[in-house]
Design a protein around this ligand. Structure first.
Ligand SMILES: [Zn+2]
Ligand SMILES: [Zn+2]
Length: 225
């Protein structure tokens, strides 16, 4: 993902990175990103004033990153490349005009749904992270404009505790949260097309779209009054 993002935006022009939970598919690209910030040519240009984006990650992240990178190299790579700040679920973050809140959702490790509003207006965005079906996300996201919900599974897991959702369950969360637009995400690469997932969700929430890497998704326009 870091390689793809580089084609869209200069990595040293990013103000902040936010991590919802400490599963490898959600943070491993911080490793190439850290190498780029530490050793890339842009670092020389910024000599004396190195670019150090803020990295907001769940409590315990510093230790996890040290263990992962320490397997082959200098364990403080990530915390040196970024300004690492660990958050707790009750924290409220301010990143420029953005106010960010969290809600713990059920998954295999401590996982945070993330709600973002801007003081510049323009709507509200809620990211469900990875989670099993739950009430917390529906309450947390109530009335949001754009709700991202994972649609990992073709069928519900046959075991407890569950940790992911089907597209139908994602649609159900979009409906219960009264989200204006639902975005399905976290598809498995083994599915050749996301169309069946989209159809399943749209049967429950009409305004559902599928996320793709680097896609730009518009917030639905609010009619005034
Ligand atoms: Zn996960
Ligand atoms: Zn995941």
């Amino acid at each position: 993902m870091f390689a793809k993002l580089r084609g869209r935006r200069a990595y040293d022009a990013v103000d902040a990175v936010l991590i919802s939970h400490l599963h490898a598919d959600h943070f491993l690209d911080l490793v190439p990103y850290s190498y780029a910030l530490t050793y890339g040519p842009r670092r020389e240009r910024a000599a004396g004033d190195p670019v150090r984006p803020v990295l907001h990650a769940p409590a315990g992240a510093r230790e996890t990153f040290r263990r992962v990178v320490g397997a082959w190299g200098t364990e403080d790579l990530v915390e040196n490349a970024f300004d690492l700040q660990e958050y707790e679920p009750g924290d409220v973050l301010q990143i420029g005009p953005l106010t960010i809140r969290f809600r713990v959702v059920p998954h295999y490790v401590r996982t945070h749904a993330v709600d973002i509003v801007s003081s510049l207006g323009g709507g509200r965005f809620t990211f469900g992270a990875d989670c099993a079906p739950n009430d917390e996300l529906c309450a947390f996201a109530q009335g949001t404009d754009l709700l991202f919900v994972e649609a990992t599974l073709p069928e519900p897991e046959p075991f407890e505790p569950r940790g992911h959702m089907t597209a139908g369950e994602a649609g159900e969360h979009g409906r219960r949260a009264a989200a204006r637009r639902l975005v399905l995400t976290h598809f498995s690469q083994r599915h050749p097309t996301v169309e069946p997932f989209l159809e399943e969700a749209r049967a429950i929430h009409a305004d559902a779209v599928a996320a793709r890497d680097l896609a730009r998704i518009a917030l639905p326009i609010r009619s005034s009054g």
